[in-house]
Design a protein around this ligand. Sequence first.
Ligand SMILES: NC(=O)c1ccc[n+]([C@@H]2O[C@H](COP(=O)([O-])OP(=O)(O)OC[C@H]3O[C@@H](n4cnc5c(N)ncnc54)[C@H](OP(=O)(O)O)[C@@H]3O)[C@@H](O)[C@H]2O)c1
Length: 275
Amino acid sequence: MTVSSTGNAVIGCIGCGNMGAAILRGLSGREGLSLLGYNPTPARVLALADAGVRAMPDAAALAAQADVVLLGVKPYMVPEVLRAVAPSLRPDKVVVSIASGVSIAAMKAAMAEAGGPECPVVRVMPNTPAMVGKGVYALCFDDPALDQSRRDLVRGLFESIGTVVALPESKFAAFTAVVGCGPAYVFYFMEAVTEVAVTLGFTRQDATELVKGLFSGSVALAEQSGTHLSVLREQVCSPGGNTIAAINQLDREAVRGRIMDAVLAAYKRGLEMEK
Ligand SMILES: NC(=O)c1ccc[n+]([C@@H]2O[C@H](COP(=O)([O-])OP(=O)(O)OC[C@H]3O[C@@H](n4cnc5c(N)ncnc54)[C@H](OP(=O)(O)O)[C@@H]3O)[C@@H](O)[C@H]2O)c1
């Protein structure tokens, strides 16, 4: 079952904060989908009315109506929410969690504890560019209770709003360290270059716009040229020029190794959270 063949799949999101709202907005207007939302602060769901999201009075009512029950709450809340909705779940529905570090086993245990019927679970890791329809999503289909039609449905939903990679759960900490945390690394680098531009006399507004153009243009070049990143960098480094002087300085300071260490620190922390 894909999004285009679902007929009238009902997608409900419990927790309509930054990520939940972004996913609902991305799915808005897709043929064959009805969208539901529940959030303790009702204004968050009401703000999604223009995207066709119907506000539900509570999580259990949403779970009773939805085919896909999306969990957009903070990780520590996932077991509590699952216990509350477990009686409304069924084997022909699917729970999709975007919570960092909450394993499929932990979610199934919370549902079992509440005595609900078994319901398959898909674990998803998004990143914040989801808020502008440019998210990269890891999807984990390790739950043996998941059948092909629900797997295709969930994959189709996320493929319609971003880039999707299917990964075993054992790779989630690695994906999170690189892609989930990744926007922070990119913004950190953008901030550093912006500060230099201000130091060199550009207004903050001009510096910010210049740096955004620099990053989006470089990404477009990397995507469209199909050329290896190292070659693209070498193309800017004329012999004896000023760019190679900058790259030499980065190498002397071992910046590449420090970036690697930073991402590995996120990975190590992520592994601890998975336990
Ligand atoms: N942000 C990221 O970079 C990122 C990346 C990957 C994954 N994630 C995951 O995405 C999930 C959501 O993150 P977020 O950044 O979107 O957080 P968020 O903006 O704080 O959204 C969480 C939402 O959950 C609602 N909520 C609180 N208690 C609830 C309950 N009992 N039932 C239903 N909803 C409840 C909150 O509503 P109130 O405002 O009314 O309390 C809030 O709107 C997290 O699990 C996180 O691990 C986030």
